[in-house]
Design a protein around this ligand. Sequence first.
Ligand SMILES: [Zn+2]
Length: 476
Amino acid sequence: MNPFLNPRIIIPFINNYIQDPKRLERLNPKELEKYRDKALKKIFSKAYKVPVYKNKYKKSGINPNDIQGIKDIIKLPFISRQDLSENYPDGVVSPDFDLDKGHIICTGGTTTKYCCNSGSDPVCTYTDTPSLLRGSIITTRENRFHNLNMRNTRFAHIGNFNPYKFDEVFEKNVIKYAKTFVSFDNYYNIQASNKTHEIIEKLETFKPDVIISYPAIFQDMAYLKRKGFGNNVKPKLLFVGGAMLDNYTRNYVETAFNCRMFNTYSSCESGAEIAFECTEGNWHIHSDFFHLEAVDENMELVNPGERGRLVITKLWGTGTPIIRYTGMEDWITLGNGEKCSCGLKSPIFGRPVEGRILSNIHLPDGRSIPPSQFLYITDVLNKLKTFKVKKYQIIQNTIDEIDILIEIDEDQRNKEPSFNEISEKIKKIYKENIGTNVKLNIKEVNKIEDDTETGKPAPLVVSNINTIESCKRKCK
Ligand SMILES: [Zn+2]
């Protein structure tokens, strides 16, 4: 049956569609606090029936009445990636959840089990159609901020439409049925694994106003655009997410497309955008949908303004609850309550999300640097005002040896600055920042390969020593 004909689905959806987008602007701080308290209470009581949570809570002596609001959340134990993957499928939903009506969404993971026999297995969670619909409303909030009319604007989404991926699950269970009632001619989904030439050709025909994709896909498209392909692809706005966006790539892509690019922050587990970047460059958190905490390596809360590991709580939805979940493994810095000059009232991050904890760079002097802070190379390239580097990748091999791989744009090979000059400047800036105890190899390569384990585009920063470090921690 078409879910849009089911009043139990469509009536709450319409109600949410009216209430959700402007909630953060409409409610005063007290009202919002009350709303969040109520939402957490509801989610917690649902979670108490879900085996993975129930067992943990019972062990910690948590009773169903212990959580009256957000302030009580610190009483709850954390839930890890491993907790969810070990308890999947029956243990991650309540016994009354109809698995047949549920939809499974899985995160990426590596196939190699490198430690504790679990490594980074994919995590699968359950959602359902009402939750998919609710999550999509959050996007409406972002589109409104950017003055994008959902009916007239032409959106091209270059995403991951493989089975069990959020994009595919949404397409199969929402868009397919919604098409019976509304035209989706102004929406176009393209599989990101297509060849970049083919993607550009498709965009040429579709002529999008907005393109949504991953940094690496934008980078590849921008490269072709610079070579004269896709002349009719003239978007007004680009939304980027799913991986860290560095300043060089941003500059490279924005210049090629001649429009601005904004970050969105989400994950498979969150089921909706958690935060988005506004025109002032601040990341606004959808705090009526999510409660975010930041903790240190001992899992103690850090102060606002201090960098910590993300702990996320989803204050909405059905299926697998996400309460104090540590598995996204991103570095975040919560704000001090400062307001953004763009006019939105929602809380902002103290600084943009800084990439995966597992990609941290460890130095012999004991420093541990988040990946986004280790991109000194982007300063060099931006200062040299060159787009000669097509791609780059930083790989930490050992504690005292780091490779920087560089892919050069062949058409610009003979243009200034020379590879040698770029290379010397990169060496200099790293030496200034990390000292002389680390051997830095700048290598030109023909191609920076995609991640062979996950098939995803190569991450900007890879640490081969973190795997061992994180295993030690997990196996303790
Ligand atoms: Zn703002």
